[in-house]
Design a protein around this ligand. Structure first.
Ligand code: FAD
Ligand code: UDP
Length: 361
């Protein structure tokens, strides 16, 4: 009946389904949630687009991907420039000359580099082996203590010395006065939110919501020749080698009567004593002029069965376990594993779209 059953109506599933249906393939897309879009899904509250699963800023250096996404929506000029709040003091992110000036009063790149070099030398870090050493090596102990340690340990639920260095390398360190969080050439937010993109992508497919693949695996398998699976790979194999670790989140969203709560879309709370990692004020993503505002506090959470698995924990132990599942997956003839959960990787949207296009081609 169908050429493809696509498990998961997130970005990976939607791009794949779009490409396959453009080539004349019949696709059934299912999702256990009550909406499409996966973590890109947006709600509308009092005329404000609300990112239900946390801030989603599209950014890429890949011109083809940027042009591809722009076929489905127009993007605005939003540039992410978060503020860090450490015990009531505000700093610019990512780490740049504005941050260093605020911390140390240094006014030149050379002076900032000197402070960092002194701090790195007194911490004795040579070859960074974990996130803590990597952070100190990049920006010194002051930035690490005020802007990284508390945030990271809340986010990942473990000491920075036990986390892989690559996580902190996601953030740029600049010796210029440039507050743009991403260095990519293209970035923005789709005008009207991400739902428009996903709706367009899924236009020619059959979509079933509130449908969990594992509730009727046999039935779904019989409905299609091939499966594209974007859920948790360990769940697909019934956890036969053990459970992969994930981090989850709780989002607490509030409608407030004032027009402007924090003056910026994203404010990170970097000290350990504040239980949330960031507050998002959604209207600033779209430069909305309203007399009300919607904010979301993001609380990191240990993943327990039944929670949403937002982040893979890509440490050595989980990497070794994932490798066993990946070997099984590589042997499947009729199943493609894709996306953040299907390939257990900390992927941004542009990478997910690029991989789905590559798979479909
Ligand atoms: P998902 O969006 O997770 O979609 C998978 C879908 O599969 C889900 O809808 C799920 O319900 C469904 N599913 C799972 N199991 C089953 C099952 N058994 N049966 C049926 N359905 C199932 N990226 C950026 O580029 N920029 C950002 O600013 C950014 N911010 C982020 C902020 C947060 C808090 C998070 C968590 C991620 C962020 N990302 C960002 C990453 C981005 O969300 C992902 O790259 C992207 O959503 C991954 O798409 P996906 O299709 O792989 O996964
Ligand atoms: N990070 C930090 N302080 C901040 C923001 C980020 O220490 O104010 C660290 C933290 O370890 C986080 C990583 O940098 O997990 C990557 O941040 P990013 O904003 O890319 O995380 P995401 O948006 O994917 O949650």
């Amino acid at each position: 009946m169908y050429d493809y059953l696509i498990v998961g109506a997130g970005l990976f599933g939607a791009v794949f389904a779009h490409e396959a249906s453009q080539k004349g393939k019949r696709c059934l897309v299912i999702d256990k949630r009550s909406h499409t879009g996966g973590n890109l899904h947006c709600d509308e509250v009092e005329g404000i687009v609300v990112h239900r699963y946390g801030a989603h800023i599209f950014h890429t250096n890949d011109r083809d991907i940027w042009e591809y996404m722009n076929r489905f929506a127009d993007f605005n000029r939003y540039t992410n420039a978060p503020i860090a709040n450490y015990k009531g003091e505000l700093f610019n992110l990512p780490f740049n000359m504005n941050t260093f000036y605020k911390l140390w009063g240094v006014t030149t790149p050379e002076a900032a580099r000197r402070v960092i070099e002194e701090q790195r030398a007194s911490a004795g870090v040579k070859e960074p082996r974990n996130l803590e050493e990597q952070a100190i090596s990049l920006v010194g102990t002051d930035v690490y203590e005020k802007l990284i340690k508390g945030y990271t340990e809340k986010q990942w639920g473990r000491p920075c010395a036990e986390l892989p260095a690559f996580i902190i390398k996601r953030l740029p360190v600049r010796f210029t006065f440039d507050n743009s969080y991403f260095s990519d050439r293209y970035q923005g937010i789709p005008i009207g939110g991400y739902n428009r993109i996903i709706d367009k992508m899924l236009e020619k497919c059959d979509v079933r919501l509130g449908a969990d693949y594992f509730d009727d695996e046999t039935g779904y398998r019989e409905a299609a020749a091939k499966v594209v699976y974007t859920g948790m790979i360990d769940a697909y194999y019934k956890y036969r080698f053990g459970r992969l670790e994930y981090r989850s989140l709780l989002f607490e969203t509030e409608l407030l009567s004032g027009p402007n709560f924090q003056g910026n879309a994203v404010v990170n709370y970097t000290s350990a004593d504040v239980p949330y990692t960031r507050i998002i004020e959604h209207k600033h993503f779209e430069f909305a002029d309203r007399d009300k505002t919607v904010i979301t506090r993001e609380y990191p959470k240990t993943f327990a069965p039944g929670d949403e698995p937002y982040y893979p924990v890509n440490d050595a132990k989980n990497a070794a376990l994932y490798e066993k599942y990946r070997e099984l997956a590589a042997g499947e003839k009729d199943v493609i594993f894709g996306g953040r959960l299907g390939t257990y990787r900390y992927l941004d949207m542009w990478q997910v779209a690029a991989e789905a296009l590559r798979c479909a081609n």
